[in-house]
Design a protein around this ligand. Structure first.
Ligand code: FAQ
Length: 312
C-alpha cells in the first residue's frame, strides 16, 4: 500500500491519520479499548431512553409528544447502530448486553439522574445532547472507520435534538412565572452532571494518553468540557436562564469562561453504582430484556426456518 517497510500497516495507518477498518490487523489493546468505549456509548443511548421515555405519556401537547417519541426512537437507533459498530470488532451483542446487565460495562453517568418535571426533557435536549455533540463530533474523525462513520450520523441527529431542547426550554422560560421557574430548576439540576459527562479531569484519566496516541480521542476531557461551557454560557443568556455557578467569569486572556470546581466525587459515586437512579435504570433494562425474550426466540426460529429452506 506504499507504506514504509518495517512498519506495521496499523502503525502506518495511524501515522497517516487513515482509517483502520475491521479487516485490518490491529493490536489487541486497541481492539479492547474500542469495544469498551463503543459498548459504553451504545449502552448510554439505550439507558438514555429512560429519563425522557418517562415523559412520553405526559407530554403537554400532541406536537411535543410526536417530537419526543421521534427523539427517543432515534436514541434506540443510535444504540443499535453502535452495537453493530462494536460487532465489527468481533464481539457478540448478547455478550455486550450481558455485560451491561451485570454491571461489567458502564454507561454514561448522566442517565442516573431523575427527570422530575417536563422541563427536564428540554434540559436533557439542550445540555445532555449539547455535551454529547461536543464530545462526539471529534470522534467523527477517530481512527476506527465504523465508529467514525457512526458518529457522523449520530451527531447530525443529536444536533436536531439539541435544538428542540433549546426551543422547548425557551418556550418555558418565556412562559408563565411557574413555567420559567420550572425551566430554571431543571437547568440547575442538569448543569453540573452535564459537565461530568466529559469524564474525569485529564490528570486522572487513565485511558486518555493511549487513546489519543491511537487517534481515538482527538481532544482531552478538559478541553472538550471547556468548549462546552464556552458554548453554553451565551446560550443560557439567550434563554433568559442562569447557570448555577457563581464562579462563572469571562477570562479575557484565555478567551474562555472560567468555571467553578466540579465535584468529581459525585461522578465516581454515580459511576460506581451509587447515583440517584442506577438501580431503577438497570432494573428496567433487565426487565425489558426479559420481557422481549419471546421476540428473540421467534426471530431465531424464523431465521432457522428460512436457513433450512435456503439449504433445501
Ligand atoms: N460516565 O480515562 P477516561 C448521549 C469512565 S450518549 C460513566 O477519561 P475514556 C446521547 C470511563 O469509561 C453519552 N463512566 O476514559 C443521548 C473509564 O472507565 P473504565 C455517551 C465514565 O474512555 C443524549 C473511566 O471513567 N457518550 O448522551 C464517564 O478515555 C440524550 C476513566 O475515564 C459517549 O460514551 C461518564 N460520564 O473517556 C442519549 C461518548 N466518564 O472503562 C439520550 C464516547 C468517564 O476504565 C439522551 N465516549 N467514565 O472502567 C467517550 O468519548 C469517552 O469514553 C469518555 C471517557 C470521554 C466518556
Amino acid at each position: 500500500m506504499g507504506y514504509p517497510r518495517g512498519v506495521s500497516t496499523f502503525e502506518a495507518l495511524i501515522a497517516a491519520q487513515d482509517r483502520v477498518e475491521p479487516r485490518d490487523e490491529m493490536p489487541g489493546d486497541y481492539r479492547a479499548t474500542l469495544v469498551r468505549q463503543i459498548a459504553q456509548h451504545a449502552h448510554s443511548e439505550i439507558i438514555g431512553m429512560q429519563p425522557e421515555g418517562d415523559w412520553i405519556t405526559r407530554a403537554p401537547s400532541l406536537r411535543r409528544k410526536a417530537i419526543l417519541l421521534a427523539k427517543v426512537q432515534d436514541e434506540a437507533g443510535h444504540g443499535l447502530y453502535l452495537y453493530a459498530a462494536a460487532e465489527t470488532l468481533g464481539v457478540d451483542r448478547d455478550d455486550l448486553l450481558e455485560a451491561l446487565h451485570t454491571g461489567r460495562q458502564k454507561y454514561s453517568s448522566i442517565f442516573n439522574y431523575p427527570s422530575l418535571t417536563w422541563a427536564d426533557v428540554a434540559a436533557i435536549g439542550w445540555l445532555v445532547d449539547g455535551a454529547a455533540i461536543v464530545n462526539q463530533v471529534p470522534l467523527g474523525r477517530c481512527s476506527y472507520g465504523p465508529y467514525a462513520r457512526a458518529m457522523v450520523r449520530i451527531c447530525k441527529e443529536e444536533s436536531f435534538h439539541q435544538r428542540q431542547g433549546f426551543e422547548s426550554l425557551l418556550t418555558m422560560s418565556r412562559g408563565t412565572p411557574a413555567q420559567h421557574a420550572m425551566a430554571q430548576d431543571a437547568v440547575d439540576r442538569w448543569w453540573w452532571p452535564s459537565l461530568m459527562m466529559f469524564g474525569p479531569p485529564d490528570a486522572e484519566s487513565p485511558h486518555s494518553a493511549r487513546s489519543t496516541a491511537w487517534g481515538i480521542k482527538r481532544f482531552s476531557n478538559d478541553t472538550l468540557r471547556q468548549r462546552f461551557v464556552d458554548l453554553a454560557v451565551p446560550q443560557a443568556e439567550a434563554l433568559g436562564l442562569t447557570l448555577p455557578d457563581p464562579d462563572l467569569r469571562w477570562d479575557e486572556e484565555r478567551g474562555s469562561w472560567d468555571f467553578g470546581t466540579i465535584d468529581f466525587t459525585e461522578l465516581r459515586e454515580v459511576v460506581s453504582g451509587n447515583g440517584p437512579c442506577n438501580e431503577v435504570r438497570i432494573g428496567r433494562r433487565v426487565a425489558a430484556h426479559e420481557d422481549g425474550a419471546w421476540v428473540r426466540e421467534a426471530a431465531a426460529a424464523y431465521a432457522a426456518k428460512q436457513g433450512t429452506r435456503g439449504a433445501a
